[in-house]
Structure formats: structure tokens, C-alpha cells
Design a protein around this ligand. Structure first.
Ligand SMILES: Nc1ncnc2c1ncn2[C@@H]1O[C@H](COP(=O)(O)OP(=O)(O)OP(=O)(O)O)[C@@H](O)[C@H]1O
Length: 257
């Protein structure tokens, strides 16, 4: 269970970009966060793993208040939070297996990692996950030899290797073509169910959010103004979330649905 209470974020003492935000995410829910550019979606996601430091408020993951952790404790806590990125964030010159094993960095010794002496159990687990997402045959290929969709599958497996308690995905499909994008969304949804893992996806494409996620959180100016099932996201709710965004831009974001 992730519980966010009264979260505030100001960058450099400026106006708050997250304003007393409350949010609870539990179980194997797949939650999408939508909202126009600048609404605070990325800031919210990055506060959860403290890539961005919250100004005030609490973020509790299964009983641990992440906002109170010191640096050394934070390193351990970050293992519990998997992250998938828009630009995949792979090391191009490393193989798929090496990239995937970097998800274990918080668990194994630096020496083992540097010499690529991965524990047998980690190799077995990596193969299982790579099989599951369809990239096992690429284990020894360099990451930069893969397509975007394949690279994102590597990113997903790397995050799952951490055995996280929650998976955060920051616009995971924004760099992909529409068909591949749908495949990755379906994969995230299915993995959430199979692994009983909550997944939070920051996404611009509202059509995909509606199709592949259980719950939609709509943000505007640093506040949550919609939190409901995809069916409840009607034209009025869309107008409220995207007020002022020209219709053609909503269309471009898939937000016309
Ligand atoms: N490092 C930063 N320093 C100062 N201001 C920032 C920083 N990062 C984000 N902001 C500001 O915080 C606000 C929220 O930005 P954020 O990136 O969280 O929005 P978003 O909803 O994810 O937007 P997008 O969909 O365009 O990624 C914006 O006004 C942005 O300019």
C-alpha cells in the first residue's frame, strides 16, 4: 500500500507544483496519472522514489515513511520501488542480461556486479522474466541493437529484478509507435495482475489509460481533481482536467476519447 498525505513540492522556493496532495494506491491496481503538461505528474512520481525531494507531507510505502529516510536508508528503500522510464535508461554498450542484472545492484556486492559474477538464482530469475516478456533470446545482445519496444521490455525486466513492492512508469510508451505502445501497456497490466504488484503509470495517451488501467487519477495545477474508474472519465471530467488545452492538442495526446 502506498499512502501519500498532504504532499507539497516547491522547486527552489517557488510556487508549489504539488499542493497538499493525498493519494492511496493498494493491491495490484494499475493506476494511470493523466493531466496536461506541467500539471505535476512527473514531479509526483519522482517524489515517490525521492528523485525529487518533497517539500512537505508524507509518502508511506507498506509502513515505511519514505520522506523521513536518511541517505543510506533511502538506498535500501529504493530497491522496493521499480521505475520504468520513457527513454528506457539502458546502458547501450552492455548486453540485455547485464542491463537486467543492474536491477540487482542494491542486493549484490559491488565486486560481484563489476566482475559480472551474478548469483545463479538471479540469472535464473532474469531468464524467467525475460521469457515472460519475450526477450530471452536477446540475453547476450547489446542493448543498442534492440528496437524501442524490446528496449522497454528490458527496462521492465530490470525494474522487476528488484522484486519491487510497487512499479512506477514515467511515460513508458511515449517513445514508442502506437502498436508497440499498446503491447507495453498490456504487458504492464498483465504483470501487475500476475505479480500482484501495484503499477502507477504517468501517461499522456488517455485512450490507452482508459483501455489498460483500472483507475485514472487526473491532475491539474498540482492537485488531483479526478480519481475514478475509466468509465467515469466522461467529457465533463475531461474538460475539467484539460481545460484550456485546445481540442487538437487533446487529440494529439489521445485525449479526445
Ligand atoms: N527541476 C525543476 N525545477 C523547477 N521547476 C520544475 C522542475 N521540474 C518541474 N518543474 C515545474 O513543475 C511543474 C510540474 O512539472 P512536471 O514535469 O511535474 O509536470 P508534468 O505534468 O509531468 O508535465 P509533462 O506532462 O509535460 O511531463 C511545471 O511547472 C514545471 O515547470
Amino acid at each position: 500500500m502506498l499512502k501519500i498525505e498532504k504532499l507539497v513540492k516547491r522547486y527552489n522556493g517557488g510556487d508549489p507544483v504539488l499542493k497538499d496532495l493525498d493519494l492511496e494506491i493498494g493491491g495490484q491496481e494499475v493506476v494511470s496519472i493523466i493531466g496536461s503538461s506541467g500539471a505535476g505528474k512527473s514531479t509526483l512520481l519522482r517524489c515517490i522514489n525521492r528523485l525529487v525531494e518533497p517539500t512537505s507531507g508524507t509518502i508511506t510505502l507498506n509502513g515505511t515513511d519514505l520522506t523521513k529516510l536518511k541517505k543510506s536508508e533511502l538506498r535500501l528503500a529504493r530497491r522496493r520501488i521499480g521505475m520504468v522510464f520513457q527513454s528506457f535508461n539502458l546502458v547501450d554498450r552492455l548486453t540485455v542480461m547485464e542491463n537486467v542484472q543492474s536491477g540487482r545492484l542494491g542486493y549484490i556486492s559491488t565486486w560481484a556486479a563489476l566482475t559480472r559474477r551474478y548469483p545463479k538464482a538471479d540469472i535464473r530469475h532474469a531468464y524467467e522474466l525475460m521469457e515472460r516478456v519475450g526477450i530471452a533470446h536477446y540475453a547476450n545482445k547489446r542493448a543498442d541493437e534492440l528496437s524501442g519496444g524490446e528496449r522497454q521490455r528490458v527496462g521492465v525486466v530490470r525494474a522487476l529484478m528488484q522484486q519491487p513492492e510497487i512499479l512506477l512508469a514515467d511515460e513508458p510508451t511515449a517513445s514508442l509507435d502506437p502498436k508497440t505502445s499498446e503491447q507495453i501497456m498490456a504487458l504492464l497490466r498483465d504483470l501487475a495482475n500476475e505479480l500482484e504488484l501495484p503499477v502507477v503509470i504517468n501517461i499522456h495517451n488517455v485512450t490507452e489509460a482508459k483501455q489498460y488501467t483500472d483507475r485514472i487519477v487526473g491532475m491539474r495545477y498540482g492537485r488531483i481533481i479526478f480519481d475514478d474508474t475509466p468509465d467515469a472519465l466522461d467529457a465533463d471530467a475531461m474538460d475539467e482536467i484539460y481545460a484550456g488545452v485546445p481540442a487538437e492538442d487533446r487529440q494529439a495526446q489521445g485525449a479526445a476519447a
